[in-house]
Write a protein that binds this ligand. Structure first.
Ligand code: GLP
Length: 260
């Protein structure tokens, strides 16, 4: 696990975009794992800018969303399918048919979850998974107590998560209780995971995921088992890390050839 502490979300977005750009240039048909929430937005802004101004192209790339609410009508502006479209895929040249998300409106949710796992496999697996983290340590919507080996399935949200996400809705009453999410095992299959977190509200989750024991109470801590996990945080999100100085020095002296 590599922890990189950067001054602001702008630098975080740029560094994550560097990793995605390097991947897409090396492997044009790369499979990107796409996250929602506010943390990844600077990454999408930077990728859209590079697409517009520098010719970065995603024509052969594929995208798989992490999660989706259950029960929102198709086309609801806060459904994650719409958010991903609005914030990223509509702003670049990725083919709409190459962008996928778990189906939160399926009549047979279990079958839809299995089909989603198969679709990721059929595309060759996720090359780079973008992640945020919830204040309770969730990734995707894998709430505390999630099996560390879980696959795509339905979950019930904690009230803390519904309250955190209420800002996107008119009222907390409109936030669904149920979601479908890639499992922790699904996320762990990605070849590279890049988790971004900013602000003091994420400091405890970042501490637990980076330096705490690996435990389902902080689902993101499973990333300690990932062979290639990059954690990009600002100073506020890094403020509870015991080894912050070590992470800073390690990055400052990192050989350029290593990349991310
Ligand atoms: C939601 C998403 C997560 C995201 C989290 C944090 O719960 N399912 O993928 O990481 O929100 O969001 P934010 O980045 O807005 O704090």
């Amino acid at each position: 696990m590599e922890v990189i502490i950067l001054p602001s979300s702008k630098e975080i977005g740029a560094l994550a975009a560097d990793a995605i750009e390097a991947l897409v240039r090396r492997k044009p048909n790369a499979v990107l794992g796409l996250a929602t929430g506010s943390s990844p937005l600077p990454i999408y802004d930077e990728l859209a800018r590079r697409h517009d101004e520098e010719g970065l192209s995603f024509t052969q790339a594929h995208g798989f969303a992490l999660d989706e609410y259950v029960g929102l009508p198709p086309g609801h502006p806060e459904s994650y399918r719409e958010v991903i479209r609005r914030e990223f895929t509509n702003r670049v040249d990725i083919a709409p048919e190459n962008v996928h998300g778990p189906d939160g409106a399926a009549a047979d949710v279990l079958a839809a979850c299995d089909a989603y796992e198969q679709a990721i496999k059929d595309a060759g697996g996720v090359d780079l998974q973008i992640l945020g983290v919830g204040t309770d340590g969730h990734i995707g919507f894998n709430e505390p107590g999630s099996s560390l080996a879980s696959r795509t399935r339905i979950k019930t949200l904690l009230e803390q998560t519904r309250a955190d996400n209420a800002r996107f809705f008119d009222s907390i009453d409109d936030v669904p209780h149920h979601v479908v999410t890639q499992g922790l095992g699904t996320i762990m299959d990605a070849r590279h995971v890049v988790l971004v977190a900013t602000g003091e509200g994420k400091a405890a989750a970042v501490r637990d995921l980076v330096e705490g024991p690996v435990a389902a109470i902080c689902a993101a801590s499973v990333l300690q088992f990932h062979p290639h996990a990059t954690i990009l945080v600002d100073e506020a999100a890094a403020s509870a890390l015991r080894l912050a100085d070590y992470y800073r020095r390690t990055y400052a002296t990192k050989p350029a050839w290593q990349g991310l």
